[in-house]
Design a protein around this ligand. Sequence first.
Ligand SMILES: NC(=O)C1=CN([C@@H]2O[C@H](COP(=O)(O)OP(=O)(O)OC[C@H]3O[C@@H](n4cnc5c(N)ncnc54)[C@H](OP(=O)(O)O)[C@@H]3O)[C@@H](O)[C@H]2O)C=CC1
Ligand SMILES: O=C1O[C@H](COP(=O)(O)O)[C@@H](O)[C@H](O)[C@H]1O
Length: 583
Amino acid sequence: MTALPSPNHCCSSSSSAYSVNSSIGFHQIQRNIPFSLIPQKKFGSKNVSFRSKCSPSLPDVVLMQDAPSPKELKEGLLTVEDRNTVVSDGKGDDSTVSITIVGASGDLAKKKIFPALFALYYEDCLPEHFTIFGYARSKMTDAELRDMVSRTLTCRIDKRENCGEKMEQFLKRCFYHSGNYDSEENFTELDGKLKEHEAGRVSNRLFYLSIPPNIFVDAVKCASRSASSANGWTRVIVEKPFGRDSESSAALTRSLKQYLEEEQIFRIDHYLGKELVENLSVLRFSNLIFEPLWSRKYIRNVQLIFSEDFGTEGRGGYFDHYGIIRDIMQNHLLQILALFAMETPVSLDAEDIRNEKVKVLRSMRPIRVDDVVVGQYKSHTRGGLSYPGYTDDKTVPKDSLTPTFAAAALFIDNARWDGVPFLMKAGKALHDRRAEIRVQFRHVPGNLYNRNVGTDTDRATNELVIRVQPDEAIYLKINNKVPGLGMRLDRSNLNLLYKARYTKEIPDAYERLVLDAIEGERRLFIRSDELDAAWSLFTPVLKEIEEKKVIPEYYPYGSRGPVGAHYLAARHNVKWGDVGVDE
Ligand SMILES: NC(=O)C1=CN([C@@H]2O[C@H](COP(=O)(O)OP(=O)(O)OC[C@H]3O[C@@H](n4cnc5c(N)ncnc54)[C@H](OP(=O)(O)O)[C@@H]3O)[C@@H](O)[C@H]2O)C=CC1
Ligand SMILES: O=C1O[C@H](COP(=O)(O)O)[C@@H](O)[C@H](O)[C@H]1O
């Protein structure tokens, strides 16, 4: 049994284990509610939960200075297994984290995962003992992997000290094992190598499935059977797509659950790791001025906008099987919508937040095909340059009807949001790259200044814009008197532009999410019932679009997308906020 450390050890970065707890729920101890434990039956009983100095959960650990007393333990508030759970800052303790990137030779691994791990290392956010393994079929030596990874690493713009040295140190912790995704034998070899590096310490293992979805289950089966930890935790990050409709998603979940408990599955939606998306709850729940306005009473419509100024270049094969609704709307935009619209959760615990998100998703009205507009980009020549159409991609069938653009009107049939249109718009190969949430408020009843505002009430109403990217910002459009002797109003922005306010570079979403997975923090990952609810909403309309072979409206590469999106918005009495002079 693990000995209880003194509460004074809490939070000192040089201490070893600093409080006894479960990897889910510091709050539960404080509220004297007995734990339900993460089942560990397939993966050993010792449950070491790491909290780095970078953890957003750190305040919880601070609260745990008054860790459960021996009396509380004796009185059965914690079970024997709980006592085997140690929360550690990972410094000087006897546990190690092995991170295996399955599909390490691929695009996502190179572009996002290795750089995120390096950034965490650079910021001293990883535990003292960690090893990174790349796993894929490609033949590579450790040196070749390091060479490949080194090409994508960059140092923080705001801190460049010892950058080269840190890169070298990081690369020394990266190794490679070549193997098949469906070979238990190859995963057993990996297990042997991981054990060598773990050197008898408590082993915690994180597998990041950065591979195409058709091989998820094979890889999970082999990893869980042949390379899971014998004495610590084993977790698996699963990349989207989680199926392509309700049935295939449920089948994937069922298959994964043959080898993993739900608590071991970390379904990633990287939009949840974006700074401004995380800030959404802070904005709502820690500012008195917003939450009272957050309902049908004051909000006229909400717009969730995603656009990219490049096409599917290189990913056409994957994309054609999914399309923009599955690629962006069913996950990224719907997750943002759920966070935006949910009721106040009981606490910031993962389960409390996810419970509220599920309730919103389940309150949503089925989407009618009439409330969806689909488009596909076509080739376009501008300034002597010619841009390819979607079906010019060799991996895309010439007669493909797959939408690269969609706009939809959604409704939440609950007391808070009854009748408020939530408009979504997502597209590739458009005129700019942006992701934002726009909240258009109602007009001021009996506005004394109507005369000065003019007839366009849209121009006179307040709008809150949360710009997720690029140039992260939150701004509120207000009416203001133009200085001078006359009485003329204009619309101005109260603007919180992140790069002007904060000098620190904003971490990439993958950094936050990988760290959370290492720490066992599930708040930003998708629970299986959330996923079911999201698919239930989109599956019928997707089927209808596909069965009816709805012809997409063609739009030129680099344009603002199909005009149909404007007609759709107009039918719901909405004007898209990203179009216009002062967008
Ligand atoms: N790339 C991106 O920007 C994003 C990707 N994702 C998701 O992340 C995952 C990985 O994406 P990405 O890195 O782009 O994928 P890749 O197509 O680059 O595949 C990753 C690796 O998997 C192996 N692989 C590829 N195809 C097959 C196959 N048919 N059978 C067996 N192995 C195969 C290859 O490694 P080897 O041949 O060496 O075994 C490849 O390097 C996917 O699920 C994707 O949907 C999600 C969001 C964004
Ligand atoms: O999940 C996906 O996201 C990217 C956009 O991510 P971002 O962080 O660069 O905004 C998108 O290009 C891709 O098609 C999709 O699969």
